[in-house]
Design a protein around this ligand. Sequence first.
Ligand code: ZN
Ligand code: ZN
Length: 182
Amino acid sequence: MIDREENRPSWDEYFMLMAKLAATRSTCLAFPVGAVIVKNRQVLATGYNGSPSGSVHCTAQGFCYEGLSSCDASKDLPSRAVHAEANAIALAARHGISTEGATIYVTLEPCISCLKLIISAGIKEVFYETNFNIGDRLTVRDYYVQDGLIKLHKMTIRDGVAVKSGEFLTNPVSVKDGEITR
Ligand SMILES: [Zn+2]
Ligand SMILES: [Zn+2]
């Protein structure tokens, strides 16, 4: 039996869980990424890594660019997909939702392009799960942080919360204890 109170997600975990759910919709072959923009504990927009609206998905055509198994496979070609953060910001723009002062939860640390976009969209804080930037990109990232343009937090979802969430996903949730059949 999972301890319901102990494994109740914190707000940060709650929104990161949502970002992970969003990532399940990713259509790029590179890797799944999900993002959730939040302000005052309210979800403003979500996004995932995928080709631009209306364009064929990488997963559907079986390649990102012809002959390339993923967008990671080329040093020269940019990702064919719109990154999760960019998609979430674009969705907010489409619906006229201000992202000023918001926070974004992303399953992957934003690339520099997305970080610039996040900063320009007025988003002040980023919570992410997996590191991405290395070398020069890390230096650029750290300049932004040092200049106070953005706050970055690496976080993880606690094991108990992750297990509970998995159970919630694989079983009907709103049933009495003991009625869950597996
Ligand atoms: Zn792709
Ligand atoms: Zn990006």
